[in-house]
Write a protein that binds this ligand. Structure first.
Ligand SMILES: [Cu+2]
Length: 626
């Protein structure tokens, strides 16, 4: 077949800077086939799986089959096309596994994870270039696992370049278990910058990058069971739009822990560490288009290297009309209504109408100012200066129809996502994607308004934030707390304290980690013997592993608090307990905790990331209640 990309190269050479053509395929290499992980590899006979795996070099097309490509190392089944993710190893418990492994790479390889689970994570099968070996073992405990390889003696944390696609899913099923679940293996191909070319990176799921990832289709009321596997060199914050999911279990690649029913957590975002896995279950209850994506901005943006002219998402939308300005770790989900026509946005009469007004201060930092006009919000008694780089809270009531007019007074188009809220797809806020085929959410052009309707079914802590996919909006404060109260409840700003964690362009210092829009918040006074609700929101761009901790001023031992909700969902009674005041909160997660100071004194609420030296401390003073 003639290579379509050939004339494309000539065309691209005119448009793209030099140095981007390093990845053009060697014509002799086979082409990588995207693996949707629905068909187990090999043959099972009489309780024995026979599978022949080969490591080889191949040409991979992360986007369209005539798009950009890279030469990589991948797994394949002997005699078949190489795959990304590698061939699916899936067997019932107690299956004897007979593997034949062949290394056709010019480099020695070490393969990890091909043993009985749980086993020794350091166990590796070593293969010299050209070497073949047989491996036999019994499938271990049921669960979700992975196998992966390195040609440079690296760990999962530091693999680079061609070898980063050497991985596959490994599933052990309980005897008789249903196997109609879906398996999503995350990928991250990366090459550091050199003297002659920039860094090159893109992210993908089951071998493809958005908008070329598989489009999932569900019927209303179907149950979706997913397994998510992370063999990449970074952690991720996997977020589902519009619906809660239950986390059924987690694993570190070696040991899988299935949660007992009362210990399962419900949320809209789940952190997944390097080499880890999780299983989730959810039910599509509303028709329309939805997303499952990594909430870390850099993992859901169009790749500069593949689309150097499209760095601005508006331009990108024009080039790839199905991309909606996104790229990388994003999957699209269409929920079919079952009716002949797609669900139209409902027009329930709203009894609570308010406005979110976005304005822009040209050439200033921050670029945007957000204002909420709500006739129900009490007038501010003094001329309190609103925090910069943070929108005011929007406060709604569970079960009450609300109408929010988003007025875009800025110079760039935008879109607002109502993170964690179970609402109709059309109002979910992903321009060009949410809604249905007939009517998708429009971008809000400068000078225009968009009226959002929702009747939140759940009281708790949520987020409104830009879903416009360039960093400038997120780093300039286009977000704020979205708080849903129980009917009859009034927001008490003394007892109820939102803490928004973000990254922002803070004048004149540049990009900083912020708490409530501030890198150095002022002293906050709280009363002893008084129960406070602290609402934590992480809307940083990429801080996947953020920690929050409450300690008294002279101690590293956290004070005790009670976590009462995650992602706006109250924890079941079995999970409520007083615990040391320290939690991990990933991008796109919210936590509500109850805290009561028992003695007067100073304390600090601190956020930090283990891998970076930056932190923000909110000083607290506990004084006797009047
Ligand atoms: Cu990510």
């Amino acid at each position: 077949m003639p290579r379509k990309s050939f004339c494309w190269i000539a065309l691209m050479a005119l448009v793209y800077p030099a140095g981007l053509c390093g990845g053009w395929a060697t014509p002799a290499l086979p082409r990588v086939v995207a693996n949707d992980n629905r068909t187990p590899a090999g043959q099972i006979k009489n309780g024995v799986l026979d599978l022949k795996l080969v490591l080889s070099e191949a040409t991979w097309f992360p986007e369209g089959e005539d798009g950009s490509h890279r030469d990589v190392y991948v797994f394949g089944e002997e005699g078949r096309a190489p795959q990304s993710a590698g061939p699916l190893l899936r067997v019932p418990q107690d299956t004897q596994i007979h593997l034949s492994l062949r290394n056709s790479l010019p480099l020695a390889a070490k393969i990890y994870g091909l043993h009985r689970h749980p086993g020794n994570p350091e166990d590796a099968v070593k293969l010299a270039p050209g070497e073949s070996r047989q491996v036999e073992f019994l499938a271990g405990e049921p669960g979700t696992y992975m196998y992966w390889a390195t040609t440079a003696d690296k760990s999962l944390h530091d693999r680079l370049d061609a070898e980063t696609l050497l991985f596959g899913a490994f599933i052990v099923d309980q005897p008789g278990a249903k196997t109609d679940d879906r398996i999503f293996v995350l990928g991250d191909w990366g090459k550091p910058a050199t003297a002659t070319s920039g860094a090159d990176q893109f992210l993908f799921i089951n071998g493809k990058s958005w908008p070329y990832t598989e489009r999932l289709t569900y019927k209303l009321g179907e149950t979706a069971h997913w397994r998510v596997i992370n063999p990449t060199a970074s952690d991720h914050a996997m977020h589902l739009h519009g619906f809660y999911f239950e986390v059924d279990g987690v694993g570190d690649g070696e040991r899988f822990e299935r949660y007992p029913e009362q210990q399962r957590r419900t949320g809209v975002t789940e952190h997944i560490d390097i080499g880890h896995v999780f299983e989730m279950t959810w039910m599509p209850e509303r028709a329309g288009n939805w997303l499952f994506h990594c909430h870390m901005m850099v993992h859901m943006m169009p790749t500069d290297e593949l689309h150097p002219g499209d760095a601005k998402s508006a331009d990108h939308m024009a080039v790839h009309e199905h991309s909606a300005g996104m790229g990388g770790l994003v999957m699209g989900i269409s929920v079919l209504s079952g009716a002949a026509t797609a669900a139209n946005p409902a027009a329930t009469a709203a009894t609570h109408k308010l406005q979110l007004v976005i304005s822009q201060q040209p050439e200033k930092i921050p670029l945007y100012t957000l204002e909420v006009n709500d006739p129900r919000a009490p007038a501010k008694p003094d001329k309190e200066k609103p925090p910069s780089l943070l929108g005011p809270p929007i406060i709604l009531t569970r079960g009450e129809a609300a109408e929010i007019e988003v007025k875009n007074g800025s110079n760039s188009p935008t879109a607002i996502h109502w993170h964690g809220i179970q609402l109709e797809s059309y109002y979910d806020g992903v321009p060009g994607w949410t809604g249905s085929g007939q009517q998708t959410t429009p971008p809000i052009a400068p000078g225009e308004s968009f009226v959002v309707r929702m009747t939140p079914p759940q009281a708790g802590t949520f987020i409104y934030h830009t879903h416009w996919h360039d960093r400038a909006q997120l780093l300039n404060g286009l977000y704020g707390p979205l708080i849903i109260l129980e009917p009859g409840q009034k927001f008490d700003s003394d007892l109820d304290r939102p803490f928004v964690f973000s990254m922002g362009t803070y004048a004149p210092f540049g990009l900083l980690l912020l708490m409530n829009g501030n890198p150095q918040p002022d002293m906050m006074v709280m009363h002893t013997g008084t129960r406070y609700r602290l609402r934590f929101i992480n809307i940083c761009d990429d801080e996947g592993d953020l920690r929050v901790r409450l300690t008294s001023i002279n101690s590293e031992t956290p004070l005790k608090w009670k976590v009462i909700a995650k992602d706006g969902m109250n924890l079941p009674a079995a999970q409520l307990k007083m615990a040391p005041g320290e939690i991990a909160i990933t991008v796109g997660e919210t936590y509500d905790v109850e805290f009561q100071a028992e003695s007067t004194g100073l304390a600090r609420l601190e956020i930090w990331q283990p891998s970076y030296p930056s932190s923000v401390i909110q000083p607290l003073r506990f004084v006797a209640a009047p």
